[in-house]
Design a protein around this ligand. Structure first.
Ligand SMILES: CC(C)(COP(=O)(O)OP(=O)(O)OC[C@H]1O[C@@H](n2cnc3c(N)ncnc32)[C@H](O)[C@@H]1OP(=O)(O)O)[C@@H](O)C(=O)NCCC(=O)NCCS
Length: 287
């Protein structure tokens, strides 16, 4: 008798690779032009607290809307605290010089991806495969698999990458056909990942800000994002980008020793009941 074929073994908590503890020294610019220095172990959350006034510093509450002006990843909490103290001691001119240099180096630009971006895209995505439940994938794709996946996405819609002044990949966004049957041809499933060091800094909004109008222009009528729950950052992000939660598949994925729900976040690209024109598909992907 032949033994039954088995599917993947469930991924245990121990399979999750430990992420190095984050520690940042940073400056934010307030609406009145002043610079506030601080430290944090969660830059995205801290920035959001400064922006919303919920849990941010007293100083930034009193000085209007804030924008990240400088960020430096430190080895650990005590290094970040020391760096914060040093930043606070700098005079205005020295702070402005640091902020200007940081702004120049971290200016994020978008461009269409080429298949030669596959190694960088795979390294970024692979981080989430091994550290996070944001993706239900257990194993980092091979380069060939990543190239094939990118080519499939590029055949459906623009595949956009965000990079900084040094060319480092800060994030990417793309779209795949939601289902293969013909009647689904106007529905695009979106994918977006930002480098863990770049989250909460406007990269995602920039990527969706370009991808969504492009999908609309191509003739897609609906965009859907599949968000593993819990992922409060992605939920808040999709809500802020105009998506609404339309459903949840309960307990549908198992990763790192936990059952996870899957939420469907929906954006009507072309509301109305008129018959749609065929979607215009891009040409062959660039090498
Ligand atoms: C989800 C993700 C793509 C969002 O991109 P991002 O660059 O971090 O988001 P942005 O800085 O552009 O935020 C845009 C808006 O989303 C909301 N938002 C983003 N992160 C948030 C957070 N941590 N808390 C609350 N609101 C948040 C805010 O309204 C924000 O606008 P504001 O900065 O003016 O307040 C990014 O965080 C990411 O890559 N996360 C890990 C991978 C992942 O979960 N991908 C999605 C899989 S479905």
């Amino acid at each position: 008798m032949t033994a039954p074929r088995l599917g993947p073994a469930p991924s245990a908590l121990a399979d999750r690779l430990p992420a190095p503890p984050a520690a940042w020294a940073y400056m934010v610019r307030c609406a009145d032009g002043s610079l506030y220095s601080g430290w944090t172990n969660d830059l995205a959350r801290r920035l959001h607290a400064h922006k919303t006034g919920r849990g941010g510093a007293k100083y930034t509450h009193g000085h209007g809307a804030v924008k990240l002006a400088y960020a430096e990843r430190c080895a650990d909490r005590s290094a970040a605290l020391r760096r914060e103290a040093a930043l606070k001691k700098l005079d205005k001119a020295a702070k402005e010089a640091l902020a200007a240099a940081w702004q120049r180096d971290h200016a994020v630009t978008l461009r269409p991806a080429a298949l030669s971006d596959a190694p960088a895209v795979n390294a970024l995505y692979g981080w989430y495969v091994t550290h996070s439940t944001a993706t239900f994938q257990y194993k980092v794709p091979t380069l060939e698999e990543q190239r094939a996946s990118m080519a499939a996405a590029m055949a459906a819609a623009p595949f956009l990458v965000a990079q900084d002044a040094s060319g480092r990949l800060c994030g990417y966004a793309c779209a795949h056909p939601w289902h293969t049957r013909e009647a689904y041809a106007w529905d695009a499933e979106l994918t977006i990942y930002c480098d863990p060091d770049c989250v909460g800094q406007g990269v995602g909004a920039k990527l969706y800000g370009a991808l969504i109008p492009a999908l609309r222009e191509q003739g897609y009528c609906n965009a859907v994002a599949l968000v593993a729950h819990p992922n409060p950052e992605s939920e808040a992000f999709h809500r802020a980008m105009g998506f609404r939660k339309v459903g949840t598949e309960p307990r549908t994925g198992y990763k790192f020793g936990t059952w996870l729900d899957l939420q469907y976040w929906w954006l009507d690209l072309r509301p109305g009941n008129d018959a749609p024109a065929p979607v215009r598909l891009p040409g062959r992907p660039q090498e």
